[in-house]
Write a protein that binds this ligand. Structure first.
Ligand code: C2E
Ligand code: MG
Ligand code: MG
Ligand code: MG
Length: 288
């Protein structure tokens, strides 16, 4: 909204735009010092088996509480880290933290960790991940890397090399936010995947959209035919859970089970699980 003033000059910057720009610059400045001070930490959201109803692992989700700016969500600071070249340092730092935390979990539990497409442009990433695994003692067989479709569209050569290095070491690869990107099925199939995570936007509409039910049913059939496991993201109610179980989805994740908890909260989650489970309307036991 450019405005003309009395001398017919055009103002491109409105006051509210200045605030956005200023806040961004402020976040970027704070982000640099947060990385230096190692303040951004992973929290962990349970991945639940829809067969056994037990927790089988956790996804690490970055959390940043800033003294002056308050809580800044990863949807805000991860893109800024990507644009400013800080993602590599931040990603390595979070991964090291997550491995050190996860080493204390029961041995059957998986750690799922998000890698941005920008990180996958770095040919040395695979070796760096393996060396952090070596240093922390966390087994590559317990690690699952989550990658979005955009990583499969551009500079696929480098991404493929990194993924190959990781797969050879036993790391599993999950396709995150499936259904929201622009990759073609043939692009996706040219990468060897272990898991598809169905995006929350489909899961959240299962209750009232026939289209969403058709799409989720089709994704689950496709994954089954390809021998891939499936995780439904953002499961919030028993109705959604019922549909997913009936259609053969292997895993669920969402507020119905638990939000992401700090590392100190994991013990309580596991105790709660081994103690009482409650039963949903459709008779499915759920964690509460
Ligand atoms: P994502 O990997 O798809 O993570 C799932 C997001 O859904 C998380 O948001 C989680 O808190 C949220 N969620 C889980 N269950 C529910 C639910 O039942 N309802 C609703 N409404 N939301 C639910 P979060 O933590 O804000 O993270 C957003 C995105 O930021 C992540 O999406 C991921 O792409 C990125 N991200 C987070 N941590 C990292 C990280 O350490 N590295 C990288 N590269 N990206 C990260
Ligand atoms: Mg993820
Ligand atoms: Mg996702
Ligand atoms: Mg996402």
């Amino acid at each position: 909204r450019a405005q003309r003033d009395g001398r017919s000059c055009v103002r491109f910057f409105e006051p509210e735009m200045d605030i956005h720009v200023e806040r961004r610059i402020q976040i970027e400045r704070e982000l640099r010092s947060a990385i230096t001070a190692d303040i951004i930490e992973p929290h962990y959201q349970p991945l639940v088996s829809l067969q056994s109803n037990c927790i089988i692992g956790f996804e690490a989700l970055a959390r940043w509480e800033n003294r002056t700016l308050g809580r800044i969500p990863p949807d805000v600071f991860i893109p800024i880290a990507e644009e400013t070249g800080l993602i590599s340092a931040l990603g390595d730092q979070l991964f090291r933290r997550a491995c050190s935390d996860a080493i204390a979990w029961p041995e059957t539990f998986t750690l799922a960790f998000n890698i941005s497409p920008i990180q996958l442009r770095d040919p040395a990433l695979g070796q760096r991940i393996l060396s952090i695994l070596g240093q922390t003692g966390f087994s590559p067989r317990r690690l699952e890397i989550e990658i979005t479709e955009s990583a499969f569209v551009e500079r696929t050569g480098v991404a493929k090399t990194v993924i190959d290095v990781l797969r050879q070491a036993g790391v599993r690869i999950a396709l995150d936010d499936f259904g929201t990107g622009y990759a073609t099925l043939s692009q996706l199939l040219s990468f060897r995947l272990d898991k598809i995570k169905i995006d929350r936007s489909f899961v959240s509409q299962l209750d009232d959209s026939t289209e969403s039910r058709v799409i989720v049913h089709a994704i689950l059939g496709l994954a089954k035919g390809l021998g891939l496991t499936t995780t439904a993201e953002g499961v919030e109610d028993a109705c959604q859970l019922g549909f997913l179980v009936a259609n053969g989805c292997t895993e669920g994740q969402g507020y119905l089970f638990s939000d992401a908890v700090p590392t100190a909260g994991i013990r309580a989650l596991l105790n709660r699980e081994s103690g009482s489970t409650t039963v949903a309307e459709d008779g499915t036991p759920i964690l509460h």
